[in-house]
Design a protein around this ligand. Structure first.
Ligand SMILES: Cc1cc2nc3c(=O)[nH]c(=O)nc-3n(C[C@H](O)[C@H](O)[C@H](O)COP(=O)(O)O)c2cc1C
Length: 205
């Protein structure tokens, strides 16, 4: 049975307590990331990277870098969702897929790449902004995918980015943006927190 996006949004909560006895298969992890990467990115940059922290040793390293948040140890897996800041240098791999599988002509793909380079080269502000946008959209899509698969998730920015980068040998161009723990909820979690009224956060102009 599939879940509507509306239900996933209404049911998802940030899980703090996970059942430490449960694990996910590699196939489940790959499917979550496949679905997450269906999120859109500017220019289809796909300027993201996911590190699935699942082994006990890797969890211990991430736990230390995430201010000892217990859910990193207890969740089946915690994804380090990263944004890439020099994706314009690596855009040829996207161009290849656009031409071979996306129905885009070589000429159009060259124009496409030109725009990517023009907007990103020598523009660290844009590179960082796009890295954070893409990783955040990917993280949200991953959480909705987890919900639909009957799993629970918990997003985190409570970590030391330099410590995470060092612990997992991330290249300097790969910025850890968000941690997302995924697994099975244990007892004691809060329900979804109340939200401000729509009228408080919406102007229709
Ligand atoms: C970007 C981001 C960072 C967060 N960082 C943490 C964190 O480090 N530790 C934590 O326990 N919860 C963290 N949370 C969870 C939020 O506190 C939670 O989503 C919020 O209170 C709303 O709760 P709900 O999602 O269950 O409605 C984070 C959420 C987001 C979106």
């Amino acid at each position: 049975m599939t879940m509507s996006v509306k239900s996933a949004l209404e049911q998802r909560t940030a899980i703090n307590y996970f059942d430490a006895s449960k694990s996910l298969t590699e196939q489940q992890i790959e499917e979550l990331v496949r679905l997450a990467t269906l999120a859109p990115t500017a220019f289809n940059l796909q300027n993201w990277h996911f590190v699935a922290v699942q082994s006990d040793a890797a969890k211990q390293k991430l736990h230390a870098a995430a201010y000892k948040q217990q859910k990193v140890l207890d969740a089946s897996v915690t994804f380090i969702v990263c944004g890439e800041i020099e994706s314009h240098k690596n855009f040829d791999r996207v161009v290849k897929t656009l031409v071979e599988r996306g129905g885009v002509s070589e000429a159009d793909a060259a124009v496409w790449k030109g725009k990517v380079v023009a907007t990103h080269e020598n523009n660290p502000t844009t590179q960082h902004a796009e890295a954070f946008r893409s990783a955040s959209l990917g993280a949200m899509a991953l959480m909705l995918a987890a919900e639909e698969q009957g799993l629970a998730s918990g997003p985190m920015s409570g970590f030391d980015p330099a410590a995470v980068s060092a612990a997992f040998d991330l290249p300097a161009t790969r910025i850890p943006v968000m941690l997302v723990s995924v697994g099975y909820a244990a007892e004691g979690n809060y329900p979804q927190k109340p939200r401000l009224d729509v009228a408080q956060v919406l102007d229709i102009v």
